[in-house]
Design a protein around this ligand. Structure first.
Ligand code: ZN
Length: 402
């Protein structure tokens, strides 16, 4: 069970801090407004609602234009993208709307740009870190003291505000009830994440690149395009020949990957190989072409029957949040992922985003199993030679290299 609270904390700012905090919120506003303007018009007349796209276009410029740290710049862009997204939703519903503008004196901090303590906070500004004390009522039974003083509530994020000349922190705090007891059962699964750059990534940390596949696909399309230009009967026959040959090539490649995935599962003594549900994979892997979708389905089929021969079962699970969730601490947020990089905003866990997703896919299956037939008894799962329990805590093996 999770409890989320917002604690509004008045700050006791040191001498001279005011100027730097003002600079911070002004530059943050500048980032958000610049990003909003860019996103609203897009680079081709369309609204941009992709954070990755906006960051690619604006990040370097905004870093150069401001003195803000990387994380604050990203948060400014993110704030704009979220606002543009809701603007686009309104447009879709024929509601009146215009480009979002930001006028409030605020800046959004997380654990990379701020360090939260129980009695003070260290905030990143263009002039370096500034430490501000908290002005809290003594009564520990009322907010915000009730939450700030309680170690069970953890600081997640905070927005810095200026109001009537005073500075405030609106801190998002979270308490999680530990309702999962340590391990009883024991199950080992191999999670597999599918994608267009890495065709497959296993929860053991093994990657199968899609480079070869993507290269053939491009060659194939080019060849086919050239031949279609000819338009003759002979060219038509050649196209059919090329298709057969290429399909054969793709299949050999997919057989090889399938064999290796199954071998990986056998080697790690896994009872199940877990894939994301392929029904909606078109939505989940948006960059995928029909070639990729074909390859994902074919790969699953191959793995399914090859695994069965080894006494291993292939299954599919709901992929919801598997790319945004931290496989170490369970914290789920859009901003945890930046294209191929995963960095948890909460615990700081960093890894390849697809590898993190593969671990989550394995865990997703175990959670489902736990709910379905183990009557809620917690299961323990070995992934990547370490242990992941169902609450998502990662316990490295004694011999693991950190
Ligand atoms: Zn985490």
């Amino acid at each position: 069970m999770e409890y989320r609270r917002t604690a509004v904390i008045k700050l006791d700012t040191p001498e001279g801090a005011d100027t730097h905090l003002r600079e911070t919120v002004e530059q943050f506003q500048y980032c958000a407004n610049t990003a909003s303007e860019w996103c609203w018009h897009g680079d081709d007349g369309y609204h941009v609602t992709s954070k990755a796209k906006a960051e690619d276009a604006l990040y370097d410029k905004l870093r150069a234009d401001t003195g803000l740290t990387a994380n604050l710049v990203q948060k400014g862009i993110c704030q704009a993208v979220e606002a543009v997204k809701s603007g686009v939703e309104r447009l879709k519903n024929d509601q009146d709307t215009s480009r979002p503008t930001f006028t409030a004196d605020t800046a959004v901090y997380d654990k990379r740009s701020a360090t939260f303590h129980r009695d003070h906070v260290s905030l990143s500004t263009p002039d370096g870190r500034i430490e501000c004390g908290y002005i809290l009522p003594d009564d520990t039974d009322t907010p915000p003291t009730k939450y700030v003083a309680n170690e069970d509530y953890e600081f997640r994020r905070a927005t810095l505000h200026q109001r009537d000349g005073d500075w405030y922190l609106h801190a998002s705090m979270l308490k999680e009830d530990d309702d999962t007891e340590p391990t009883t059962g024991h199950k080992t699964v191999l999670g597999v994440d599918l994608g267009v750059n890495q065709l497959a990534v296993a929860s053991t940390g093994r990657f199968w690149s899609a480079d070869e596949f993507n290269h053939w696909k491009r060659e194939y399309e080019k060849r086919r395009g050239d031949l279609q230009q000819c338009g003759t009967r002979a060219a038509h026959d050649v196209i059919a020949g090329v298709e057969r040959k290429e399909d054969g090539r793709f299949e050999i490649f997919l057989h090889r990957v399938a064999n290796e995935i199954v071998a990986e599962a056998v080697e790690h003594d896994c009872s199940h190989i877990v894939f994301e549900d392929l029904t909606d994979i078109r939505e989940n892997v948006q960059e995928a072409s029909w070639h990729h979708l074909w390859a994902f389905r074919r790969l699953y089929e191959y793995v399914e029957y090859k695994a069965r021969e080894q006494g291993v079962e292939a299954v599919q699970v709901d992929p919801r949040n598997t790319s945004k969730r931290c496989s170490t601490c369970g914290f789920t947020h859009d901003d945890n992922r930046h294209s191929e990089d995963f960095e948890c905003l909460d615990c700081g866990y960093q890894n390849h985003a697809d590898y993190n997703a593969a671990k989550n896919i394995g865990l997703q299956y175990l959670r489902r199993r736990q709910n379905a037939d183990d009557g809620g008894a917690p299961v323990d799962v070995r992934l990547n030679r370490g242990t992941l329990n169902v609450s998502g805590e990662y316990v490295p093996p004694a011999s693991a290299v950190a």
